[in-house]
Design a protein around this ligand. Structure first.
Ligand SMILES: C[S@@+](CC[C@H](N)C(=O)[O-])C[C@H]1O[C@@H](n2cnc3c(N)ncnc32)[C@H](O)[C@@H]1O
Length: 324
């Protein structure tokens, strides 16, 4: 299907959708380094203006609109969790574009904490706004580890189907492929990919200088239990990669599973399931931030497969009508 991608960042979600066979026909993000990364790794169709300044008439017609609208204001890692945070309101831009373009489907992505913000009132309001745009809306919290990502990353997925589209059974959330190793055999799924295994092919940064974004961090480790200062268990998926910190501040970087240094940006990218060939532009800090902001491509791929399944169900209904 033809997809328009809002808040596309460096393109984690878009890469996964492409892997599932879709075509991204237009993308937008305001973060210059992320746009440059997108241009070099995905396609040149990415626009770098503020979405609030782009009229819907400049955006092409499409089958699907996707957008991981900015989540900082919603994040549980953000102690303020201010309901009135201006960044929270950017989802309305997505509502506006959906209302004007009327795609068959839309997918919104956000942090799990958004579901409990304002005792659930914020999510209720967001869902209502999408419904008013003409969509049946569902939401679900998924764990990226259940889709083969070597990281426990809980994300809220919002899925909208245009109200006039008849689908017998909506395929949502995407079917999981991986699970807790203790349940894997019984559930006939693969065990979660561990972070030790996912990073095992990387040489130490100083021995692998030709690997892009794989620079050595001189940062001295601390183990005080706080975010970014915790021991990593190599035999489990990594904890959530987070981009906490504002544009000027530092980012939180996970320890390597050997717990002898921080991960390089390349290793954090692998923790997010980016292929090793995907190169991030800008400074090291910028790369860490782009990666942390992203939807893991493997979760994006699962969402892409989910779209295919739902599209198939529409065609079935249409062909049944024709047969009658
Ligand atoms: C959570 S990230 C999305 C990441 C992306 N879905 C991915 O998979 O890589 C949110 C993005 O919204 C962008 N953004 C914030 N305000 C914006 C605005 N006014 N116009 C366009 N993009 C904006 C940020 O630069 C950031 O890259």
């Amino acid at each position: 299907m033809k997809i328009v991608s809002l808040f596309s960042g460096c393109g984690g979600l878009d890469l996964g959708l492409i892997q599932a066979g879709h075509e991204i026909i237009w993308a937008n993000d305001i973060f210059a380094d992320a746009v440059e990364t997108y241009r070099n790794n995905i396609a040149s169709h990415v626009d770098d203006k503020d979405i609030r300044e782009i009229p819907s008439s400049d955006i092409p017609d499409c089958d699907v609109i996707v957008g991981g609208f900015p989540c900082q204001g919603f994040s549980m890692a953000n102690m303020k969790r201010d309901v009135e945070d201006i960044r929270n309101k950017l989802y309305r831009q997505m509502v506006r574009v959906i209302k004007d373009k009327k795609p068959k489907f839309f997918i919104g992505e956000n942090v799990k904490g958004m579901a409990s913000l304002g005792k659930g009132e914020v999510l209720k309001k967001i869902i209502k706004d999408f419904e008013k745009a003409g969509y049946d809306v569902r939401w679900h919290v998924v764990n990226a580890a259940d889709y083969g990502v070597p990281q426990s990353r809980m994300r809220l997925i919002i899925f909208g189907v245009r109200k006039d589209i008849a689908i017998d059974e909506v395929f949502f959330p995407p079917e999981t492929t991986h699970t807790d190793p203790e349940k894997a055999k019984r559930l006939k799924k693969k065990p979660w990919l561990t972070i030790g295994r996912a990073l095992s092919h990387f040489p130490e940064p100083e021995d692998g200088s030709d690997i892009p974004n794989h620079e050595h961090s001189k940062y001295k480790l601390r183990f005080n239990g706080h975010l970014g200062h915790r021991r990593i268990d190599p035999n489990k998926p990594a904890p959530t990669v987070t981009g906490r910190g504002d544009e000027k501040g530092g980012v939180v970087v996970l320890h390597h599973p050997d717990n002898h240094r921080r991960m390089s940006a390349r290793e954090v990218a692998a923790t997010q399931s980016f292929p090793d060939s995907f190169v991030f532009e800008g400074t090291k800090t910028s790369a860490y931030r782009q990666i942390a902001n992203a939807v893991p491509p493997l979760l994006g791929r699962a969402l892409g497969i989910m779209l295919v399944e739902n599209e198939k169900n529409i065609s079935d209904t249409e062909s049944m009508k024709e047969a009658v």
